[in-house]
Design a protein around this ligand. Structure first.
Ligand code: ATR
Length: 278
């Protein structure tokens, strides 16, 4: 559907933004639901972030997704924050309401929904999880797993201080594991999650010996380029169930789309195939 002059407007702010799949994803939903709207890529330099948001709000934008490197700047700029944004200390979704910026974070939601859809029988409470990585993405995964009721969350990161800082922020169930001990920490797991950039196209694969991992442990990776990362390929080969990372991107987009365009959109195979064919 070609947008009219009264089209509802939203978009994604990033720098760079040309590789973002969000315009394709939201564009597919706008088309599918016959909505008079547009979702645009908005390349904005870090120094211009605040001015750009204010200008776009003045131009009638209903909201934005925010991607690298703006998630922390968005957190600082918003007039109000939801619980998830506050815990993760980053905003990935802005909803404009009467000129005020409401900051949300839907990454934890996206991670949890991806696991639910990809492995409906998996239960967080059934045992410990091991999280590899302690960057921005890891914070959302920690929030999601704690909300789902994981009894123990082992965190291993190359730079141990970042894992320790996560444990300090989120407390209780988190246990810092030495990066060199990550293979041993696979014993007895109910979930293994990679949030490092290792395995991403152009990066080295994650170097992890899976010998101690129980064969029924669910393995997931937030990297989705390639869809089957070396970790997921190896896990599948030894019989472990796996969930790839694309669904996290698709599901995190749902709350923003609903807020801006008024329809709760569906994630299905047609959407996945369309996004993957980019
Ligand atoms: P994101 O926001 O996507 O999580 P990030 O904050 O840059 O990005 O975090 C990237 C993660 O990948 C970090 O956990 C990083 O480990 P460090 O904290 O030690 O930097 C991890 N990572 C990147 N390259 C790595 C490598 N070669 N070996 C081990 N971990 C690596």
């Amino acid at each position: 559907m070609i947008p009219s002059g009264a089209a509802k407007l939203a978009g994604v702010l990033g720098w760079p933004v040309e590789h973002s799949l969000s315009p394709r994803l939201h564009g597919h939903w706008l088309e599918r639901y016959g909505i008079d709207g547009a979702y645009l890529p908005l390349p904005v330099r870090p120094a211009d972030f605040t001015a750009a948001v204010k200008g776009l709000v003045a131009a009638g934008f209903r909201g934005f997704n925010v991607t690298l490197p703006h998630k922390e700047a968005a957190y600082a700029l918003c007039d109000a924050l939801d619980d998830s944004a506050r815990r993760i200390a980053a905003v990935n979704t802005i909803v404009v309401e009467e000129g005020r910026l409401l900051g949300r974070n839907s990454d934890a939601f996206g991670f949890a929904e991806n696991l639910r859809a990809g492995c409906p029988t998996w239960r967080a409470a059934a045992g410990p999880a091991l999280l590899l990585g302690a960057g921005g993405a890891a914070r959302a995964v920690v929030a999601a797993l704690l909300d789902l009721g994981v009894p123990e969350l082992r965190v291993a990161n190359r730079t141990e201080a970042r894992a320790a800082s996560l444990a300090e922020t989120f407390g209780g169930a988190l246990r810092v594991v030495d990066w060199q001990e990550r293979a041993a920490a696979c014993a007895g797991l109910n979930l293994l999650v990679n949030t490092t950039s290792l395995g991403l196209a152009g990066q080295p694969p994650l170097d992890l010996d899976l010998a101690a991992l129980p064969p029924e442990t669910l393995v997931t990776d937030i990297v989705y380029k390639p869809l089957q990362t070396p970790l997921l390929v190896e896990a599948t080969a030894r019989g472990n169930p796996t969930v790839d990372g694309l669904g996290m991107l698709l599901h995190q987009a749902r709350p923003g789309f609903e807020a801006w365009f008024g329809v709760a959109p569906e994630v299905d195979e047609t959407l996945r195939a369309f996004v993957l064919s980019a």
